[in-house]
Design a protein around this ligand. Structure first.
Ligand code: G16
Length: 542
C-alpha cells in the first residue's frame, strides 16, 4: 500500500523564523507539500515506530495537508500519530502533546498571525521531541535536502476520518484522533489557581477574550467560560474559520482595534485579551491601558511567584534581542539570569531545557514558560488573571506601580511591509557598512554609545547565530534596532524597533509615539528607509 513517487526539487523551501510559510497556491502545486514533508523526515534519524503529533490552526488547506502528512508518516515508518480532532491543535497545545506523550516530534500546520484562505498563507513547521521548534541545525538540513530531493514515500489509502475521536489504522501505523483541548486545559489547571480566578470573576470582574476566529476559540470557551465560570459572551469570535472571517488573526492594536476601543471605553470590561491564528501570541489590555508585550513579560516575571506553577520563583528570564529591556531590570532585582536571544522562539529551547530560564518573551506578542516549548497566548492571559485574582488591583495599578519601581521602557515597532526585497536588503547592508563609524557620533541630539550586528552565542550548545539585527544603542539606555522579518510570504518587511528608557515617574504617562519622537527621527536619519523604499510611513505601527 506504500508507493515511492519521483519528484523534482523546489528551490524555495527554506524555513524562516518559524517554519515554511507560503501562499496557499504555492503549497497546492503538485508535490510541494510532499517534498517538504519528506525533506523533514529525511533530516531526522531514528523515528521508526515512534510517535508523531500533527495538528494545525484550522486555516484553509489544513485538512488536506493533514491527510498528506498522515499517509507520508505511515509510509516513512512512524508507529503512531496523534491528531487533534478536526485537525485542530493550537501551537502550544501541540507542543504539550509532544512532551506529554513522549512523541518523537510534531508537524504544526500554521502561518500563525498571517491571513488565511485560498489565496492567503499556509505553513508547515517541524517541532522536535522537547516540544519546541526545530533548531537551525535541523532547519538547515531540511532546506539542504529539499534542494536535491528525488522521491517521496506515501501510502495509497482512503482519507482518515479526523473528526471522530478514537484510534484507526493506516497500514501498521496507529492514528489516534484526540480531543484538541483536554490535555492542554488540564495542564493549565496545574499551573494556575483556578479557584482564585473563579472567585475574582464571581466578584464582578469582567473580561473579554477575542479568538479572532482562529484556533483558541474552543480553548477559550472551555477554560474561561466553562472551567472558570466567566459568563457566556466573554469569548468573542470563538468559532475557528478557515479564512479567519477575512481578517488578519494578529492580536495587535491594528487588527484587534475593536477590542482595544472597547477597553478604552468608559463602560468597558476590566480586562481584554486576544490571541492569534495558532494561539501562541497574546494581546493584553487593561481597562484604559494597553500593556506592550515587552512590559507584559516584565510584569508577569515580577509577579509570577503568585501563581501555583511558579511559586518556587524563576530560574531566569529570556527575551529576544528586539524586545525591550524592561524584563532585564526585573531579573536584576530578582538576582536571576537574563538571556538575550535572536528573534524566533526556537532560540529559547536550549535555555528552557537546561532550566536556565523559566519565562521567555518577545516583542512580537509572545510570552511563555517552561510548561511547553512554544509561546502560549492563553497561558499569558491566565497568568495575568491569576495575578489579578491574588492582588485584587487593576491592570493599570500593576503597570503604574511597576514603572515607578523599575522605570518605564517606552516601546514601539514600525513595520514597512511588502517592500521590494532588493531595497530592503540595501537598507540593512548600508546600516551594516557604517556600524563601526557610529559610536561617539550623534543623531537628533542623541549620542550613540555602541552599534553592532547582533550575534548570539548559545550558552548551552555553543552554536553561533550571526546577523540577527542591527542595534544602535544610545547613551542612557535608549536604542533603535533594524531587522528583516523572517515570517512574511511576499516581498520583504523591514522592522524598526524603537525604545526609550525613562526612569522618572513624572514622565510615565506620555503618549508613546511622542515619547519616542526623536528616536523615530534618528532611525530614519540613520537608515533612510523612506528614501530607499519610496514609502512615506510605516504600514503598521504597534
Ligand atoms: C514567529 C516566531 C517569533 C517571532 C515572530 C516574528 O512567531 O516564532 O519568535 O518573534 O515570528 O518574526 P519576524 O520578526 O521574523 O517576522 P509566529 O507567531 O509568527 O509563529
Amino acid at each position: 500500500m506504500f508507493k515511492t513517487v519521483a519528484t523534482t526539487p523546489f528551490d524555495d523551501q527554506k524555513p524562516g523564523t518559524s517554519g515554511l510559510r507560503k501562499k496557499v497556491p504555492v503549497f497546492q502545486q503538485p508535490n510541494y507539500a510532499e517534498n517538504f514533508i519528506q525533506s523533514v523526515f529525511d533530516a531526522l534519524e531514528g523515528y521508526e515506530g515512534k510517535t508523531l503529533v500533527i495538528g494545525g490552526d484550522g486555516r484553509f488547506y489544513n485538512r488536506e495537508v493533514i491527510q498528506i502528512a498522515l499517509k507520508m508518516a505511515a509510509a516513512n515508518g512512524f508507529g503512531r500519530v496523534l491528531v487533534g480532532q478536526g485537525g485542530i491543535l493550537s501551537t502550544p497545545a501541540a507542543s504539550h502533546l509532544i512532551r506529554k506523550y513522549g512523541a518523537f516530534g510534531g508537524l504544526i500546520l500554521s502561518a500563525s498571525h498571517n491571513p488565511g484562505g485560498p489565496t492567503e498563507d499556509f505553513g508547515i513547521k517541524y517541532n522536535i521531541g522537547n516540544g519546541g521548534p526545530a533548531p537551525e541545525k535541523i532547519t538547515e538540513a531540511i532546506f539542504a535536502i529539499s534542494k536535491t530531493i528525488k522521491e517521496y514515500r506515501i501510502a495509497e489509502s482512503a482519507d482518515i476520518d479526523i473528526d471522530t475521536i478514537g484510534t484507526q489504522k493506516l497500514g501498521d501505523m496507529h492514528v489516534e484522533i484526540v480531543d484538541s483541548v483536554a490535555d492542554y486545559a488540564a495542564l493549565m489547571e496545574t499551573l494556575f489557581d483556578f479557584e482564585a480566578i473563579r472567585a475574582l470573576i464571581k466578584s464582578g470582574f469582567t473580561l473579554r477574550f477575542d479568538s479572532m476566529h482562529a484556533v483558541t476559540g474552543p480553548y477559550g470557551k472551555e477554560i474561561l467560560e466553562k472551567r472558570l465560570g466567566a459568563p457566556e459572551g466573554t469569548c468573542l469570535n470563538f468559532v475557528p474559520l478557515t479564512d479567519f472571517g477575512g481578517h488578519h488573526p494578529d492580536p495587535n492594536l491594528v487588527y484587534a482595534k475593536e477590542l482595544y476601543d472597547l477597553l478604552m471605553s468608559a463602560d468597558g470590561p476590566d480586562f481584554g485579551a486576544a490571541s492569534d491564528g495558532d494561539g501562541d501570541r497574546n494581546l493584553i489590555i487593561g481597562k484604559g491601558i494597553f500593556i506592550t508585550p515587552s512590559d507584559s513579560l516584565a510584569m508577569l516575571a515580577a509577579n509570577a511567584h503568585l501563581a501555583r506553577g511558579y511559586k518556587a520563583g524563576l530560574k531566569g528570564i529570556a527575551r529576544s534581542m528586539p524586545t525591550s529591556g524592561a524584563a532585564d531590570r526585573v531579573a536584576e532585582k530578582l538576582k536571576i539570569g537574563m538571556y538575550e536571544t535572536p528573534t524566533g522562539w526556537k532560540f529559547f529551547g536550549n535555555l528552557l531545557d537546561a532550566d536556565m530560564a523559566t519565562i521567555c518573551g518577545e516583542e512580537s506578542s509572545g510570552t511563555g514558560s517552561n510548561h511547553v516549548r512554544e509561546k502560549d497566548g492563553l497561558w499569558a492571559v491566565l497568568l495575568w488573571l491569576n495575578i489579578l485574582a491574588v492582588r485584587r488591583v487593576s491592570v493599570q495599578e500593576i503597570a503604574l506601580e511597576h514603572w515607578a519601581q523599575y522605570g518605564r521602557n517606552y516601546y514601539s515597532r514600525h513595520d514597512y511591509e511588502g517592500v521590494d526585497t532588493a531595497s530592503a536588503n540595501k537598507v540593512i547592508d548600508a546600516l551594516r557598512a557604517k556600524l563601526a563609524s557610529l559610536p561617539g557620533t550623534s543623531v537628533q541630539g542623541l549620542k550613540i554609545a555602541a552599534a553592532d550586528d547582533f550575534a548570539y552565542h548559545d550558552p548551552v550548545d555553543k552554536s553561533v547565530s550571526e546577523h540577527q539585527g542591527i542595534r544602535i544603542l544610545f547613551e542612557g539606555g535608549s536604542r533603535v534596532v533594524f531587522r528583516l522579518s523572517g515570517t512574511g510570504t511576499s516581498g520583504a518587511t523591514i522592522r524598526v524597533y524603537i525604545e526609550r528608557y525613562e526612569p522618572d515617574p513624572s514622565r510615565h504617562d506620555l503618549e508613546t509615539q511622542g515619547a519616542l519622537a526623536d528616536l523615530i527621527l534618528a532611525a530614519e536619519e540613520l537608515s533612510a528607509i523612506k528614501a530607499q523604499t519610496g514609502r512615506k510611513e510605516p504600514s503598521v505601527i504597534t
